[in-house]
Design a protein around this ligand. Structure first.
Ligand code: PGA
Length: 257
């Protein structure tokens, strides 16, 4: 299937992408066991780019499990400075040092629960770019904003603000994650997703990969992926066990082959 917007851009991938966002879950044993199962599964070997995003303490161990496999490593967050007196923070350079190639920026949980504002997100985009990491810029409206008919306006404003520094070139991947669909059992409707992805692609004039996130399951993957506007998925809850996560990857392979 030809997917729009996969023709240009410095880090741009032609393959659909499936990212496992483990959030603050799994211990050392759980993370490495799951990483090995994903790395060894043939579904992750070819037509889909699979990335795992473990929590900071396990990045290096998970990187070791993924070595010599096509599965990549992403971090869940970064600080905007390279080093210095920022207790508890982790820099882009550190993430690269332990083997990460991608990083989530501006996830709604960071924005809502940790008070990250547009300026933080913008600085993190700049830091990811400077460190040589591919940022996965997360955007999405909440329920009130959608009900008020402001979803496109909110998402566009988040993207424009994140890219104000002119780092558009370094944003090949945007993850549209409506806040009201995250961690629920109710994903957005495929049409709602395709419409928003179309708006984002128009705003950024193509050259971009757009993922959907929010209650993705093996059951809804094919419907979500069947629209060419959807270039991949960001998966939370269903990525914490091999069976549903690999079923999602297989469904993406099925749709895109
Ligand atoms: P969910 O999380 O799949 O559990 O809804 C997605 C995310 O927050 O990235």
């Amino acid at each position: 299937m030809t997917r729009p917007g996969t023709e240009v851009g410095p880090y741009l991938e032609a393959r659909p992408m499936v990212v496992a966002n483990w959030k603050m879950n799994l211990d050392s044993h759980g993370a490495t066991a799951l990483a090995r199962m994903v790395a060894e599964d043939s579904a992750c070997a070819g037509s889909v780019q699979v990335l795992l995003a473990p929590s900071f303490p396990y990045l290096e161990k998970v990187a070791a499990c993924l070595r010599s496999s096509p599965v990549g490593l992403a971090a869940q967050d970064l600080h905007w400075k390279d080093s210095g007196p920022f207790t508890g923070a982790v820099s882009g350079a550190m993430l690269v040092d332990v083997g990460a190639t991608h990083v989530l920026v501006g996830h709604s949980e960071r924005r809502r629960l940790f008070g990250e504002d547009d300026q933080d997100v913008r600085q993190k985009m700049r830091a990811a770019h400077a460190a040589g990491l591919v940022p996965l810029l997360c955007v999405g409206e909440d329920k009130e904003e959608r009900d008020a008919g402001r979803a496109v306006e909110v998402v566009s404003a988040q993207i424009c603000s994140a890219l104000e520094d002119g780092f558009q070139q370094s944003v090949p991947v945007v993850a549209y994650e409506p806040v009201w669909a995250i961690g629920t059992t109710r994903a957005a409707e495929p049409k709602q997703v395709a419409d928003m992805h179309g708006e984002i692609r128009r705003l950024l004039k193509g050259g971009i990969q757009i993922l959907y996130g929010g209650s993705v399951t093996p059951e809804n993957t094919s419907a979500l992926m069947s629209d060419p506007e959807v270039d991949g998925l960001l998966v939370g809850t269903a990525s914490l066990h091999a069976k549903p996560f690999l079923a999602i990857v297989r469904a993406v392979v099925g749709v895109s082959s």
